[in-house]
Design a protein around this ligand. Structure first.
Ligand SMILES: Cc1cc2nc3c(=O)[nH]c(=O)nc-3n(C[C@H](O)[C@H](O)[C@H](O)COP(=O)(O)OP(=O)(O)OC[C@H]3O[C@@H](n4cnc5c(N)ncnc54)[C@H](O)[C@@H]3O)c2cc1C
Length: 295
């Protein structure tokens, strides 16, 4: 364990205390949410400089608010809390998120937070891929100032996020689609406790004529340095009736949007083949769910 430099572990109850600690320790402060990825970061030698752990779980960021415009999820909401929210089971447009939250082991779901999951910027995690396909926006706060931006802008590379010094993620917002909409998420892993070899989330909005008025596809798990949006595949679906032929050609097109790599778990060629299969299956599942959705 490389937290040898650690001098302080604090659990602030208000933002003034957070700001004071961040001001005191600067880059040597580490924001702690569920803490489930601390070992993962430590094992990669990323915690050498850390002198203070700032636990943000007492800041009132554990909430789920369903509004007419969408869903607001506080950053320290755990996977288990979100999974249990009635709105998740009742809303086909959130299907991909429900699927992805079910992937980590139960012990992890009880502590891991939605904010920590995206802040870690690990392209192998599951909920962030689903959140990308759901067009999530991130809200961050620093020194009392708040700004919001699309989730994709948070991911600057593997284990690198674009947060500015002192910024803390406070909320994720998922805009509710206006039409008949559904989404789905799928993952291929080596074993039940493994991170994704490839994962994929697809979200479709279907108009009254049965055409795709909106399609979003996100892929993670070794298909690039960050989670990728399959924009070529999305364009192929736009305005078309998603029949078998269209789904096959969209799945084939993801090859233009990803850059899979080879590691000890899978070759790039295998990841590419899996990405195409998962894309077609996720689209098929989203389409079937949308057919059961009232207009
Ligand atoms: C055994 C095991 C199995 C797992 N299996 C899966 C799996 O199948 N699928 C999957 O998706 N994931 C899996 N994970 C990973 C898990 O999803 C992550 O560990 C979790 O999402 C991290 O969330 P956390 O709240 O615990 O973050 P923490 O560990 O507390 O923090 C992670 C990083 O985010 C930063 N951070 C946290 N919150 C904020 C915030 N609000 N603002 C700014 N920065 C912040 C921290 O400083 C740190 O850098 C697994 C982990 C383990 C240990």
């Amino acid at each position: 364990m490389s937290l040898r430099q650690l001098k302080e572990f604090c659990i602030p109850g208000d933002w003034a205390e957070v700001d004071a600690q961040l001001g005191r320790y600067g880059a040597r402060a580490f924001v702690l949410a569920g803490g489930s990825f601390v070992h993962g970061l430590d094992a990669r030698g990323l915690l050498h400089e850390v002198e203070a752990l700032i636990d943000i779980r007492n800041l009132g960021l554990d909430y789920i608010r369903a509004e007419s415009g969408g869903l607001r999820i506080g950053a320290t909401t755990t996977f288990a809390h979100l999974q249990a929210a009635p709105t998740l089971g009742e809303s086909p447009w959130l299907g991909a998120l429900a699927d992805a939250l079910a992937c980590p082991p139960r012990q992890i779901r009880n502590v891991a937070t939605v904010g920590g999951s995206v802040a870690a910027s690990c392209p192998y995690f599951d909920p962030p891929t689903a959140l990308m396909a759901l067009d999530a926006r991130v809200a961050v706060v620093a020194g009392g100032a708040r700004r919001e931006f699309p989730l994709g802008e948070l991911f600057a590379g593997t284990f690198e996020n674009s947060l500015r010094r002192g910024e803390i993620i406070v909320e994720l917002f998922l805009p509710r689609p206006t039409g008949r909409s559904a989404s789905a998420f799928l993952k291929l892993e080596g074993n039940a406790n493994d991170l994704a070899i490839v994962n994929c989330a697809a979200s479709l909005e279907i108009d009254a004529q049965g055409r795709c008025s909106e399609a979003r596809i996100a892929l993670g798990g070794g298909v690039g340095d960050a989670i990728a949006r399959a924009t070529s595949a999305e364009r192929l679906l736009q305005g078309r009736v998603a029949d078998d032929e269209v789904l096959w050609s969209a799945a084939e097109a993801v090859g233009e949007d990803i850059d899979p790599h080879t590691d000890h778990r899978a070759s790039a060629a295998y990841r590419l083949a899996v990405a195409k299969v998962l894309t077609r299956r996720a689209l098929t599942c989203a389409l079937a769910r949308s057919a059961r959705t009232p207009t």
